[in-house]
Design a protein around this ligand. Structure first.
Ligand code: ZN
Length: 678
């Protein structure tokens, strides 16, 4: 059930704080109740809803102007501000009602050209519906219970049973100008109604003010929710009985099949796997009853999760790689056929979107959202889970019958909906899952930051948890405390990464430490420890990640922080140079062995970078030994400029993006002929 969160003192505080910015009380309260609605995911899942109010503001001449303040595109209701509710002059919008037809382009143009502030975001695609309805405050949601109701075969009868004449239904019409006209007419013919049920779409309510509309929204939604809860069958809850190993196998096979079928040169697939018991039993129930391709509840669903999931039965999961590949190829063929059928009768020419599935239902194991980034994958699972709940509730109460065929196609390929997904080209490593070790150090943290900026999903690894958490990484970056000299901890790390992301694309093996001392005097144990950190840790990570690359058919890559020490020995750094020169050989050997899998292996030789290894006191000591000051010591290279951690990080990124380079080592040392390669 949904709680009514309205609080008078919070509401007054909103009015007061907005009045200081010359924003009137209508808008302030509109922002307040929009946030209350937006804070409850099952009311407005990822943009599934919009709100408005009609009020009077002064234009630049001080003249009172009637405006509609309506949710702007790109704003989340849960965090909306007045700037996210652009004011559009109301009278020109109302004039549009007299037209017979209005194209989407003209509609958007009229809306934009009547904005009070041209810097505002585009008003919602449902602006005209808000404008044509006569009420002061209007709330529109795609709340889960209303979606179940709106997609029932006998939705109107059930609506009347629950609401009597307080709610009226609107037949399915594609959102936009036509729906706005139809809905406004129906509302006007039923002045006693407090809201509309838009069949196969969602719900509208309204009020004299923000509070009245919000109160109705919560009451109405709870009435529908309690009706469905009385219909729900008791689905026996399955118990989770799949192992992490089984999940890993499925991830490997599924990712491999996706990579094989994708026609992009370097596709990104991030998995968000949800396997709670209630969800599994609902999905299994739907698979068992053959309800796997009924469709999705709203336009917002179809553009993000596609009309149906890829379904993997138990036998497909446990079968060979070919089974999953075959299921995926059938999915892509079906989608292509759906596109060809309906684009042929479409008014304007359409270009087929990526035909790969966004959601996978796994019998007995839950569902996976497949995104081009983790945040997309999480949005997809949220909507996919909501869709499962809507279908299950609908099926228990008469059936789930959403829009299909041409109507579905028109929604999926509606330019105004596609615009919500944004067209900006993604950063170069978008959705690439990258493990970066030694992330708490100077060079490691610089690499994490440049990879974050390039869109990668980063797993920042260090043996010192405080060192990682103090670096100010993005919240989406996952922090892991791992001792890389411990093979058990490396396996656990890989297991956790597969659980969380479904796979891995890039290894940046950077962690190291530099023991000092002459080899003649050195205790052998000290040399062995250095090999553990500076060679074997790299080797074990490469083996673990390499096995995943091969299992997933993933043309991933490995990058190693070597050191100039590998080719140009420094006094007393023998115990560091020996494993580092072995590491350089490892880069070449791995490049040779992994080439046939498309996996690239490269390294960076950096020198004289301020870091944990070369700290202030070491710098001071070495500068003294060479008879120069510290600044000159740091700049003692051909370019005469200090080399910083960011320069090294740029070299790692450069290698990561050099798609035809493998077995290569880049030097980042400001120029040093003795340490130069070839
Ligand atoms: Zn809607």
């Amino acid at each position: 059930m949904f709680e009514n969160l309205w609080n008078e003192s919070d509401a007054s505080a909103f009015v007061l704080s907005h009045s200081k910015n010359k924003i009137n009380a209508d808008v302030a309260l509109r922002v307040y109740s929009s946030r209350l609605i937006g804070s409850e995911k099952n009311l407005v899942m990822h943009g599934g809803g919009n709100t408005s109010c009609k009020t009077i503001v002064q234009d630049v001449f001080g003249k009172d102007t009637r405006v509609l303040c309506v949710k702007g595109s790109g704003w989340d209701l849960g965090a909306i501000e007045a700037a996210g509710m652009p004011a559009v002059r109301l009278d020109p919008l109302l004039d549009l009602r007299g037209l017979e037809v209005l194209s989407d382009e003209d509609m958007v143009n009229v809306q934009r050209s009547n904005l009070m502030d041209q810097n505002s975001p585009n008003p919602s695609v449902e602006t005209l519906l808000h404008a044509f309805l006569p009420h002061n405050v209007i709330d529109h949601t795609h709340a889960t219970p209303f979606l179940s109701l709106a997609n029932l075969p006998n939705a109107e009868a059930i609506m009347q049973e629950i609401f009597g004449s307080k709610l009226v239904s609107v037949p399915y019409v594609m959102p936009g100008f036509e729906l706005a006209k139809v809905a406004a007419e129906i509302a006007e013919q039923n002045p006693e109604a407090h809201g509309l049920l838009l069949l196969k779409h969602g719900y509208f309510t309204w009020g004299e003010n923000a509070k009245q509309s919000y109160d109705r929204l919560i009451d109405h939604t709870n009435l529908v929710e309690s009706w469905f809860s009385s219909q729900r069958r008791n689905v026996p809850c399955v118990s989770l009985n799949h192992s992490n190993l089984e999940k890993q196998r499925v991830c490997h096979k599924l990712r491999k099949a996706l990579i094989q079928v994708s026609d992009e040169p370097s596709p990104s697939f991030v998995f968000d796997w949800v396997d709670d018991e209630r969800l599994i039993s609902q999905i299994d129930g739907l698979i068992l009853s053959g309800i796997t391709d009924r469709g999705v509840a709203t336009p917002d669903h179809v553009i993000r999760i596609k009309a149906k999931p890829l379904v993997l039965s138990r036998s497909m999961q446990s079968g060979g790689e070919k089974e999953i590949l075959k299921a995926l190829e059938i999915f892509v063929n079906d989608y292509t056929e759906y596109f060809n059928t309906w684009s042929a009768v479409s008014v304007s020419p359409k270009k087929m979107l990526n035909p790969l599935p966004k959601v996978v239902w796994l019998e007995g194991m839950g569902l996976i959202g497949i995104g081009g980034s983790m945040s997309e994958a999480k949005t997809i699972t949220d909507l996919a889970i909501q869709n499962v709940h809507v279908i299950s509730d609908g099926e228990a109460a008469g059936g789930f019958y959403p829009v299909k065929d041409k109507d579905l196609f028109d929604l999926e390929y509606w330019a105004l909906e596609q615009a919500k997904l944004g067209k900006a080209s993604p950063p170069p490593l978008q959705g690439k899952v990258a493990i970066i070790t030694g992330a708490g150090g100077a060079i490691g943290s610089a690499i994490v930051k440049i990879f974050e900026k390039s869109g990668a999903e980063v797993i920042a690894v260090d043996m010192n948890a405080e060192a990682i958490s103090s670096r100010g990484f993005l919240s989406r970056t996952v922090q892991k405390k791992v001792d890389l000299t411990n093979i058990g901890q490396i396996s656990k790390l890989m297991e956790e990464i597969l659980q969380q992301f479904g796979g891995v694309d890039i290894l940046v093996s950077n962690a190291g430490s530099a023991p000092e001392g002459s080899l003649i005097e050195m205790d052998e144990e000290c040399l062995r420890r250095s090999f553990e950190v500076n060679f074997f840790a790299h080797f074990r990570l490469a083996q673990a990640v390499g096995k995943i690359f091969i299992a997933q058919g993933n043309a991933g890559q490995m990058l190693f922080n070597i050191s100039k020490q590998a080719v140009n020995p420094g006094k007393n750094f023998g115990a560091y140079g020996l494993p580092k020169s072995t590491l350089m050989f490892l880069v070449k050997q791995l490049a040779l062995e992994f080439g046939e899998y498309g996996v690239r292996v490269n390294g960076v030789n950096a020198d004289r970078i301020k870091s944990g290894i070369l700290n202030e006191s070491v710098i001071a000591r070495r500068a003294r030994a060479r008879g120069v000051d510290e600044d000159n010591y740091m700049r003692a290279n051909l370019l005469g400029k200090e080399v910083e951690a960011d320069h090294v990080a740029e070299a790692f990124l450069g290698l990561a993006l050099s798609v035809r380079t493998t077995g290569h080592v880049i030097t980042v040392d400001g120029g040093n002929i003795e340490a130069s390669l070839r």
